[in-house]
Design a protein around this ligand. Structure first.
Ligand code: HAM
Length: 420
């Protein structure tokens, strides 16, 4: 029979690597709460039109990468596994009137996202994001707070080497005129463009700036820049964001090509990259999306947020020392000690001590090997000798010492010493 394997681009998170995920999840819960964010959990699939309207039909994400399928209902409703979290959260905010009751709504989410990209290190078809969204706040100081939170989150996870990249993509007042100029410039170079870029010149010229094709880079460098075409309000907003970043001592690099791969952005866009990651070096990305809630049928409230790729963050995080998987391992060396061990194991666990035993009657040597692998602090040994004396022989694996402890004292002894 052929072996059934994980689907290409998906991966198992194995028990040996879960520790780093728990650490980053805990850091997110703790830190985001300090900034006033509360968790929201939305479904992993939504109606396809939510993403088409929210993210934009000409983006790679919507045009090439979505996992879309028909439901079994009469209308054959088109459903899609979410490729990102923002659109679903905006849908939930509108549907539940969340910004009516909280005009300064701050939410975060964590979970799997799905994009059919070419898999490689740091790029998967099922990946996970930590996503942060703030609604109802249009001031530049909110952009700065969100960027600061993103960087503090990375630091809380032990990541110190990264670069903040910043841009402003304008808004509906100034971007259309810029996009026309960009289109005109691209048309004059039509013969030098790839088929993708040629199509995008007509449908969504900003996306050409995302192009990674080496042969297009020189040409792209000559194109008009959005920064030279911002309207006064966008220019002032961006200047104030930069002033406040300076105020907080947050360094950044400006990149006029940082238009991001999703159409909902206006004004500030940002990304954080890490050299430690290789080709897929974007740890997180985000920006402002002031028109999105309204475009999806909600009130005219501004929004801003970012998402961190959890696989990439886990890759960039320092490796922790091997974790201790149990406090005590019970080594039963005589069948007559089995009942004592079962009872002791239960009372240890009920008292908050992590305890394990060998259920298979292995040799003393292999029991010690198991204890070693688990990284336990104590091995509690009971054989004929110990039964006769009414004790457990407690081996302290850290101190390499061993002493007899009377049965009634074992629990207290371990509780006193386990953290010493
Ligand atoms: P994004 O830049 O598409 O933004 O994705 C954010 C992060 O998700 C990336 O920086 C990367 O770390 C991770 N990521 C994306 N695709 C993959 C993949 N195939 N494999 C592994 N990791 C990946 C968004 O998704 C926006 N919704 C962010 C946002 C929130 N903007 C405003 N609010």
């Amino acid at each position: 029979m052929t072996e059934i394997r994980a689907v290409k681009g998906t991966r198992d998170l194995l028990p040996d690597e879960i520790g780093v995920w728990h650490r980053l999840e805990t850091a997110a819960h703790d830190l985001f709460a300090r900034y006033g964010y509360r968790e929201i959990r939305t479904p992993v699939f939504e109606e396809t039109q939510l993403f088409a309207r929210g993210i934009g039909t000409e983006t790679d994400v919507v045009s090439k990468e979505m996992y879309t399928f028909e439901d079994r209902d009469e209308q054959r409703t088109s459903l899609t596994l979410r490729p990102e979290a923002t659109a679903g959260i905006v849908r939930a905010v509108i549907e539940n009137n969340l910004t009516n009751t909280d005009p300064a709504l701050k939410v975060y989410a964590m979970g799997p996202m799905f994009r059919r990209e070419r898999p490689q290190k740091g790029r998967y078809r099922q990946f996970h994001q930590v996503d942060v969204e703030a609604f109802g706040m249009a001031a530049p100081s909110m952009d700065v707070e969100v960027i600061e939170l993103a960087l503090e989150f990375l630091k809380a996870c032990g990541v110190t080497e990264f670069e903040l990249v910043l841009n402003s993509v304008g808004d509906s007042a100034c971007r259309p005129a810029y996009v026309e100029q960009l289109r005109a410039a691209l048309r004059t170079h039509a013969s030098e463009l790839s088929a993708d870029s040629l199509r995008r010149t007509e449908t969504n010229p900003l996306r050409v700036l995302d192009s990674k094709a080496p042969e297009e880079q020189a040409l792209i460098a000559t194109l008009p820049r959005i920064g030279d075409h911002l309207c006064d309000p966008c220019r002032e907003h961006f200047d104030e964001v930069r002033r406040q970043l300076d105020l907080l001592g947050i360094g950044y690099r400006l990149d006029h090509r940082l238009v991001r791969g999703l159409d909902y952005y206006v004004k500030t866009t940002f990304e954080v990259t890490s050299g430690a990651l290789g080709a897929q070096n974007s740890l997180l990305g985000g920006g402002r999306y002031d028109g999105l809630v309204k475009a999806l049928g909600g009130p005219d409230v501004p929004g801003i947020g970012f998402a961190v790729g959890m696989e990439r963050l886990a890759l960039a995080m320092p490796k922790a020392a091997a974790e201790r998987r149990s406090d005590v391992f019970l080594a039963v060396l005589s069948p007559a000690a089995l009942d004592d061990a079962i009872r002791l194991q239960r009372s240890l666990r009920q008292a908050g001590v992590a305890a394990l035993m060998d259920h298979e009657g292995r040799s003393f040597k292999s029991k010690m090997k198991m204890a070693d692998k688990l990284g336990v602090r104590f091995v509690a040994i009971r054989g004929e000798d110990e039964i006769r004396k009414g004790v457990w022989s407690l081996r302290d694996m850290t101190r390499s010492s061993q002493e007899d402890v009377v049965e009634a004292r074992v629990l207290d002894h371990i509780k006193e010493k386990r953290n010493g």
